[in-house]
Structure formats: C-alpha cells, structure tokens
Design a protein around this ligand. Sequence first.
Ligand code: ACO
Length: 228
Amino acid sequence: MRIFKGGELIVIKELIVIGCGGQAKVVVDLVEQLHSFQIIGFFDDYKIEPEFMGYPVLGKVEDIKKYNGIYYGGIVAIGDNWSRKKIVRRIQEMDPKFRYVTLCHPEAIVSQRAEIGEGTAVMAGAVVNTDVKVGHHCIINTLGSVAHDCVVGDYASVGPGAHLGGHVQIGEHSAISIGARVLHGITIGQDTIIGAGATVTHHITDRVIAYGVPAKVIRSREKDEPYL
Ligand SMILES: CC(=O)SCCNC(=O)CCNC(=O)[C@H](O)C(C)(C)COP(=O)(O)OP(=O)(O)OC[C@H]1O[C@@H](n2cnc3c(N)ncnc32)[C@H](O)[C@@H]1OP(=O)(O)O
C-alpha cells in the first residue's frame, strides 16, 4: 500500500501476526506506533473469535499458505521461546521463503552498530547498545537493556526491566526473566531460564532454572517445559 502524507510518498508494508496472546497485543501496539506496516490479520491455532484488537483472525497457522503473496512478511508474536520456535519451523516447512520483519519500537534505543535478527521485536524503552548481536526471533522486552558486545542467541528473550552487562552471552531459547540482572562477561547456556529478579554472578549451564541473589541453579529444565 502506498500513501501520500505531507507530500511525501510512504510505502506501507502488509504484515501478518502469528499469535493472539499478550505478546501479540504488545507487538500490535508497536506496529501501530511505527506507521510503517498495515496489519492484515492474525493466525492462531486456538483463537475462534473473528477479530482480535480490531483486526481479522484469518485462520490457523496452516491457513497462512492460502494468503501467500498478499502480505509483505510477518512476525511470530508468542512469548514462550520454544513455542515461538516451533511455529517458525512449521511456517518454514509450509513456505521456505516466508519473510520475517524485525520490529524496533520508536522509543527503543538501538545502536546503529547493533545487529538485530529477523523476526525479533525490541519493545518500548529497551536499549540495545553498540556491537551487540541479537539473533533471530528474539524478544527484547519493555525497558530491558543489553549492554555493549553482548550476544543474544536465536529465540532467546530478555524480559521486562532485565539488564545484561557488557560481553554477556545468552544461549539459544534461554529466557532472562523480568527484572533479572546478568553481570558483565557472564555466559548463560541454551534453553535456560533465569528467574525473575535474579542477579547472575557466575556462568550458568544449559537447560536449567536458576534464580535468587546471587542466582543459584535450582533444578534442571524439562524438555518442552513452558516458560510462564
Ligand atoms: C510481559 C511479561 O509478562 S513477560 C513475562 C516474563 N516472565 C517472567 O519473568 C516469569 C519468570 N518466572 C519465574 O521467575 C518463575 O518463578 C520460575 C520460572 C523461575 C519458576 O521456577 P520454578 O522452579 O518452577 O518455581 P516454582 O513456581 O515451582 O516455585 C518454587 C519456589 O521458588 C520460589 N520462586 C519462584 N521463582 C522465584 C524467583 N524468581 N526468585 C525467587 N524465588 C522464586 C517460589 O516462591 C517457590 O517458593 P516456595 O516453595 O517457598 O513457595
């Protein structure tokens, strides 16, 4: 879609959103504030109502293929990291050329020297500093911060108000929960959850749940255990 605003040609790209939950709500709000995309609808396996947030629910994930070609790209807006990956894989099988958008809220601060992967959303008030690499399909949530030289793996998330010091590495699918802090130079493995409010002072291995101040590994994380 092309519109003229103040004599200037603006190209609005059509976007689909996968998911109709809390993450989708925040993504819609972000998209509306960007004024660069037109949401054409949602796809969700469980939503039966015809509309969500004033946009049509067009079907289940498998129905995306019926709409092939009428949208520019999409985003999987599902908060649970493993669930988000499963949906991305299903879409990949249906349409290997499906294009994902990268969304940064207009009030996020993202260094021009940071790399942000496709399908990733950077929410309001988040800060992503210089020489950071954020992978594909990540979430950098409201007021979260990622200091210089961090690496955030694909499908990982930095929760609301969580902070990463410089040179922190977060493994794929791992979640740094709301209000947690990770000291500079720390490595967090894959599939791990750092609980709300934790302060991480030592490296944390793969597939565990750790929390507290200082954070301790409390237990291992079961395969497919959801992140709430
Ligand atoms: C926009 C958004 O909403 S984004 C949302 C992002 N989500 C979050 O930030 C949620 C983060 N979740 C947590 O921190 C969770 O508590 C988890 C994942 C760490 C839970 O871990 P579990 O081992 O399953 O904890 P469980 O719920 O069984 O609780 C076990 C005990 O640990 C305590 N506990 C749980 N989480 C924490 C924590 N983060 N810090 C300190 N203690 C905790 C519980 O109070 C409970 O104590 P009790 O036995 O004395 O009652």
